[in-house]
Design a protein around this ligand. Sequence first.
Ligand code: SAH
Length: 349
Amino acid sequence: MQPLVGMELRELRQALGTDQPPYRARQLYEALYRHQASELVHISTLPVRTRQQLAGHHSLGLPEVAHLYESADGTRRYLLRLDDGRTVETVLMPEGERNTICLSSQVGCPVDCQFCMTALLGLERNLTAGEIVGQALLVARENRLRQDGGRLNLVMMGQGEPLLNLSNVLKATRILVDPRGFALSPRRITISTAGIIPKIDELGRESVRPKLAVSLNASTEEMRCELMPITRKYHLKDLLEACRRYPLRPWEKLTFEYVLLKGVNDTDQDARRVVKLLANLNCKVNLIALNPGAEIVYHTPDGARVKGFQQILSRSLPCFIRKPRGLDIYAACGQLQRSTGETAYEHGR
Ligand code: SAH
């Protein structure tokens, strides 16, 4: 059974067969992505016979909800089962009228960041474009989120390193921003990278692409090598150069994320070095106080330290503190490890 979700118009035309009029593929495309059909047989814009024919060789291909964890703060962590039985996580973070869905791009992650629990899974496989789009479709439908009202954001900051699965991430993005598809503004999709330099350049050459966030996480090469061993391959200096040459669109700014680890990278001196590193970049910084996890040796700095760090950065560039969401259900940044406990938040506090 070939999944339909993830197919672009051209592929849907093939799936339908050449004897079908071309508008059928458009109807199918709109049913899948714009109207988030929950079952193939329910797509009433297509003749019953066409639906039956399609169902002979194709599935809709949406992931299945294996488990839903709900946080006291309203965050929802979906444990989703894919076609091959593997599971991956997607997180919905409602905030007033605004909703953010955090998508995974890989099952597990091959990048070995020392403060991140997903790293402990290792890489199981890349997600297909359909599995990336499917996460958004499913969570949007389950929660009746409207994609065209301007209050929905997608971030590819779940499991995985999106730039190591770039072609599928790009294909998913094209479907998600297509006005006939999911119809989300490209300003409302962000991917975050640990710093895969050649892929940053490649992304910059794409005309349809999400916004870019870069996980900085250290103020020196030495410290970054320790926290993010991938720095040995993609040096900090080269990463920042790639950021400097990255072709931002007129409305766009780069985002840098900085995970604060108590007594490790959170001093005033670190903050001043970050300011220097980011000089002349059109960017903002999101600070994330470490979200704790079992097997993570680092500690969370207290609120005053985080504020102090922010103050120094704020003198030179926009700097925000990312509020942790869904800590009690292991849904926060760096905590996606398919935890199954109902309240898994005792560790590290
Ligand atoms: N692989 C990509 C996408 C993951 S995004 C990347 O590295 O950017 C997840 C964000 O959460 C990254 O900025 C990462 O540095 C941060 N993060 C990872 N572990 C964390 C933890 N334990 N606490 C807080 N933030 C964490």
